[in-house]
Design a protein around this ligand. Structure first.
Ligand code: ADP
Length: 481
C-alpha cells in the first residue's frame, strides 16, 4: 500500500474552475479504491469552507512554520479520503475565484498565497501529519510547483511526481517577488526556478520532481516542441525519459446519460430515443426554435484564446448557407463574451449564448446537442469531448493534444472499421473547422452512419481504471528509486 499526499489548488466538488478540479476529485478516489492511502492537500478558500457539509476541524500537533497559518481537515465528499486544508489568510479570508479578482485580473498576492501553500505542502511531506508520513508527493500545476523545489534536497524525502495539466499557466513573477518570498538563493538558477530573469513556479516541479506527467500522450510529445513548449520545451526534452502522458479519465457516475439527474430524459447506447427529448428541452431552455431536423452544435468552456471561440464565430460566417443552431455556455475574457453576445443578438434562432458557470446546463448541452465543438488551439487532455462521446454527441475537434488521442475522424476507412467517433481537422483555422462541421452535417443526414458514430463513442471506456493503474505503476517505480 502506498501513502500519497496529493497537492492541488482545486478539486471537485469542493472548488472548481476547470479540468484540474475534475481530475483532483476523481483520480484520488480511483487510487483509494485500489487499496492505497491517498490524501489531498488544498488551500482553505473561504467559499470552500463556507460550502462544507461537515465543518473542517483543526489538525492538532502540526506546525506549518507560516505566519497565521494552520492546518484543517475534512473529507472529500462522498468518500473517506482525508482532505487537509491550508488555512492561510490569503485563502480563507477572501471569497471568490481562487486565482483572480472580480476584475478578471490575478490576485496581486498570488505568489505569496501559493508560496504559502507550497511551503506548507513541503513541510507536511517532509515531517508527516501525526504518525502519517507519505511515501509519495504528487503535485499538480504551477500553484504547487515550489513544493518539489523546496523538498528535493531533504534527506529521506518522499518520491515526487509533478503533473502538468496546462503548460500555458506557469506562475511567472519578477525577481523582487523571489526575494520577497525569501526563497533559498540557490534556487535562483536557470536549472531551478529562474526563467529568463523571472521566477517560474512551474519550473520548481519540472526540474525537481522525480517524474513528470501530463494528461495525454500527444500533449506529452507536443510540449517538447517550440510550438507548444512555452519556452520550456528544452527543459522537457532534457527530461523526456521521465515524462509520461497519461490520459485523464472521467467521473462516469456524474456523467452518465442513463442516470444523469440534470437531464429531462435518459438514454443509453442501445436505446438513444431519449436524446431527442433532450434536444427539444435544450432548445426551449435557451430560446432556439424546437426543430429536430436542424443540426444543433454545442460548446462549453472557458472563453479564452486557447479554446478557439473566435474560430467558431468565423466558421459560422462560412456556414451561412447551412441551417444550423449553436448553443454556447462559458465565461472568460470580455472580448469573447462580447463577441458571442453580439452574435446571439444578431442571429437569434441560430445562436444562443449563456455567459456564466452552470453545471446543470453543461450536462444538458452535452446531452441535447447533436455535435460538440472543440476547436482548441492546444488542449492538454480536454474533458468535454469525453463527456460528449459518452452522451452520444460526436465531437468536432482540432486534432491536437488529448483531442488527438480520443477523437477518431469519420473517414470512410474509420467508419468501415467501426472506430470513427467524431470529426477532426488538422489546423486551428476557421476554414478547417467549417469544413469539419460541414462533414458532420452531411454525415448526420445518414441516420445509420450517425448512429454508428454515436455508438462507437458511447462504447468507449473513459473511466479512471486504466489511468489510475498507470499512475500506480509510476508510483511503484518511484518508491524503488
Ligand atoms: P480546461 O481545464 O482547460 O478548462 P477541460 O475540458 O479539461 O478544460 O475541463 C473543463 C471543465 O470545466 C469541464 O468539466 C467543463 O464541463 C467545465 N466547464 C467549463 N466551463 C464551464 C461553464 N461555463 N459551465 C459549466 N461547466 C463548465
Amino acid at each position: 500500500m502506498e501513502r500519497i499526499l496529493f497537492a492541488t489548488s482545486e478539486a471537485t466538488p469542493l472548488v472548481k474552475t476547470g479540468g484540474l478540479a475534475d481530475v483532483s476529485g476523481s483520480l484520488p478516489p480511483a487510487i483509494a479504491a485500489r487499496g492505497h492511502d491517498i490524501r489531498l492537500c488544498l488551500p482553505a478558500y473561504a467559499d470552500l469552507l463556507a460550502g462544507l457539509e461537515t465543518p473542517a476541524v483543526p489538525v492538532e500537533g502540526v506546525a506549518l512554520d507560516e505566519p497565521d497559518t494552520r492546518l484543517l481537515e475534512t473529507r472529500l465528499p462522498g468518500s473517506d479520503i482525508p482532505v487537509y486544508l491550508v488555512d492561510h489568510p490569503g485563502f480563507s479570508r477572501r471569497p471568490g475565484n481562487p486565482y483572480m479578482g472580480p476584475d478578471g485580473q490575478p490576485w496581486a498576492d498570488n505568489a505569496e498565497r501559493f508560496a504559502g501553500l507550497c511551503r506548507s505542502v513541503a513541510t507536511l511531506a517532509d515531517r508527516g501529519i501525526g504518525d502519517w508520513r507519505p511515501d509519495l508527493l504528487h503535485c499538480n500545476d504551477w500553484q504547487t510547483g515550489l513544493a518539489p523545489a523546496l523538498l528535493h534536497d531533504r534527506p529521506g524525502r518522499p518520491g515526487m511526481v509533478f503533473t502538468i495539466h496546462n503548460l500555458a499557466y506557469q506562475g511567472i513573477f519578477d525577481r523582487a517577488t523571489f526575494e520577497a518570498l525569501g526563497l533559498p538563493e540557490s534556487l535562483w538558477h536557470w536549472q531551478a526556478l529562474e526563467f529568463f530573469g523571472q521566477l517560474s513556479f512551474i519550473k520548481g516541479g519540472l526540474v525537481h520532481a522525480d517524474r513528470i506527467t501530463t494528461v495525454s500522450p500527444t500533449y506529452a510529445r507536443e510540449i517538447q516542441t517550440p510550438e507548444f513548449g512555452w519556452g520550456l520545451d528544452g527543459l522537457l526534452r532534457s527530461r523526456a525519459g521521465e515524462l509520461h502522458g497519461i490520459l485523464n479519465g472521467i467521473d462516469t457516475d456524474t456523467w452518465d446519460p442513463a442516470r444523469d439527474p440534470h437531464l429531462p430524459a435518459h438514454f443509453q447506447r442501445d436505446d438513444l430515443a431519449g436524446k431527442a427529448a433532450n434536444k427539444r428541452a435544450l432548445q426551449a431552455q435557451i430560446g432556439l426554435p424546437q426543430a429536430d431536423d436542424i443540426p444543433l452544435f454545442g460548446f462549453i468552456g472557458r472563453l479564452v484564446e486557447q479554446k478557439g471561440v473566435d474560430l467558431i464565430l468565423e466558421a459560422l460566417d462560412a456556414l451561412d448557407d447551412q441551417p444550423l443552431q449553436l448553443a454556447v455556455l462559458g465565461s472568460g475574457e470580455a472580448r469573447f463574451e462580447h463577441a458571442l453576445r453580439e452574435r446571439a443578438q444578431r442571429r437569434p434562432g441560430r445562436v444562443a449564448v449563456r455567459i456564466g458557470y452552470d453545471e446543470a446546463l453543461a450536462h444538458r448541452i452535452e446531452a441535447g446537442a447533436d455535435a460538440f465543438l472543440m476547436p482548441s488551439r492546444f488542449e492538454p487532455c480536454g474533458l468535454n469531448q469525453l463527456y460528449s462521446l459518452r452522451y452520444g454527441t460526436p465531437p468536432v475537434a482540432h486534432a491536437v493534444g488529448g483531442l488527438n488521442d480520443t477523437v477518431v475522424d469519420a473517414t470512410p476507412a474509420n467508419l468501415a472499421a467501426g472506430t470513427a467517433n467524431g470529426f477532426t481537422f488538422d489546423a486551428p483555422r476557421a476554414g478547417a473547422l467549417a469544413e469539419a462541421m460541414r462533414r458532420a452535417i452531411a454525415t448526420r443526414e445518414d441516420a445509420d452512419a450517425w448512429r454508428a458514430l454515436q455508438r462507437a463513442g458511447m462504447g468507449q471506456d473513459f473511466s479512471w481504471s486504466r489511468s489510475a493503474e498507470q499512475y500506480l505503476a509510476l508510483y511503484a517505480d518511484l518508491k524503488t528509486r
